[in-house]
Design a protein around this ligand. Structure first.
Ligand SMILES: Nc1ncnc2c1ncn2[C@@H]1O[C@H](COP(=O)(O)OP(=O)(O)OP(=O)(O)O)[C@@H](O)[C@H]1O
Ligand SMILES: [Mg+2]
Length: 377
């Protein structure tokens, strides 16, 4: 805080009793933790409980050393704070242990002058900000595909149906050896047709939204998956039944979840996963907001939908281009699934986060819920 601001705050505090400091801390969207000289938790705010996944009462019984292995770089940071009595910031720290799984966390440690040895840690999940970057980068890519999609759809579909019809005619009039070739032409024509259909989805059409029950969407996709491509996979559902409806296009959401579940099923099938599993979950996550491009309004995205699998993880070379069209590691993949997912979620004003390592890949969608204004429309 600048000196001027500090002075103003003192001035105000003198005139009106300023609000209870712990209430202010509790409301902060960043995690704040106070450690005593033995690294016991002396104070945690709500965001810290959320980040660490343990209640304040639970943390009061613990030391940071109970949550993280001794070689975690956060201990080095704490030592630096203690020995130098200075503030130290570290970006992109991974807080990983059997109890905790947080990556890309920015941690700031500061000494507490009144209490020697005590350290205040402020922790912020930077992955949300990164996801936003990627999402915005993607929008450009999607736009360049939009025009191409329209041309492809228009120019390719007609001759394609001609080719298909001709192949079908041939099938009925040629001998068995040539019939196989005619069938091949028909099948390939169908494949191109399916590809063009998917490309068409990139067109810039306004979306028709209604209040959608996200759990019905998830259940629909799960049934589809279990009766077809994911028959061998165990599904787990962890739904928060109190969630309000999302403001969305139901069919597009089905497409989104279907693509994520299909990728997850393909991931656990490709590699030799012993107990292939897909976990579908929903819940509230407060503090998730995005700026609406070109305006000062910010959109709340309090609801999340997550698709998690225990497959081998996203290949390293794919990661930086994950949401771009035609990026695939699969022989028969078109690389359009996630590009479409990102396009649809972007159109809905939502956000996608990805967290992937061997044995655990999660795609998390953040979506807007129905507001009173939407409901009035
Ligand atoms: N759950 C996952 N686990 C591991 N890798 C994944 C997962 N989801 C996506 N990927 C990687 O991202 C790539 C792109 O996925 P995307 O859905 O866009 O295309 P695709 O699945 O290859 O093809 P299509 O969806 O068009 O059939 C995949 O080829 C795969 O390498
Ligand atoms: Mg796919």
């Amino acid at each position: 805080m600048s000196a001027v601001l500090a002075k103003a705050a003192r001035h105000l505090a003198g005139r009106h009793k300023i609000a209870d400091a712990s209430a202010v801390l509790a409301a902060m969207p960043v995690a704040v933790v106070l450690l005593d000289p033995e690294n016991r938790f002396r104070f945690v705010n709500q965001s810290a409980e959320q980040l660490l996944g343990i209640s304040a009462a639970g943390l009061a019984q613990l030391r940071l050393n109970d949550l993280l292995p001794p070689d975690n770089p956060v201990f080095l940071l704490i030592e630096q704070v203690r020995s130098g009595e200075v503030t130290v910031v570290d970006h992109d720290l991974n807080l990983e242990s059997p109890r905790l799984n947080k990556r890309g966390i920015t941690v700031q440690g500061s000494p507490l002058p009144e209490e020697p040895g005590a350290v205040v840690l402020v922790m912020q999940d930077a992955s949300a900000a990164r996801a936003l970057d990627r999402q915005l980068a993607f929008r450009g890519a999607a736009r360049s595909v939009t025009g191409m999609a329209a041309i492809l759809a228009h120019e390719v579909k007609n001759p394609l149906s001609g080719i298909r019809g001709a192949a079908q005619l041939l099938e009925s009039s040629v001998g068995p050896a040539d019939r196989e070739l005619a069938e091949l032409i028909r099948d390939e024509a169908d494949r191109i047709r399916a590809l063009v259909d998917r490309m068409e989805a990139f067109g810039e059409k306004p979306i028709a939204r209604t209040a959608v029950n996200i759990h019905r969407v998830l259940e629909h996709v799960r049934k589809l998956a279990q009766s077809g491509f994911a028959a061998h996979v165990r599904f787990q559902e962890q739904y928060d039944p109190s969630l309000p409806p999302v403001w969305a296009n139901r069919d597009q959401l089905v497409q989104v979840v279907l693509n994520l579940v299909k990728n997850a099923a393909e991931a656990v099938t490709q590699a030799p996963v012993k107990h292939p599993e897909i976990v579908l979950s929903t819940g509230f996550q407060h503090g998730m907001r995005v700026a609406i491009p070109g305006s000062t309004t910010r959109l709340d995205l309090p609801l999340f939908v997550s698709v998690r699998d225990n497959g081998p993880g996203i290949p390293d070379d794919i990661r930086p281009h994950l949401f771009e069209p035609f990026v695939t590691s699969k022989n028969s993949g078109s690389g359009l699934g996630l590009a479409l997912v990102a396009k649809i979620i972007g159109d809905h004003g939502g956000l996608i986060e990805v967290d992937s390592r061997p044995g655990r890949t999660e795609f998390r969608l953040h979506l807007p819920v129905v507001t009173e204004r939407d409901a009035d429309q």
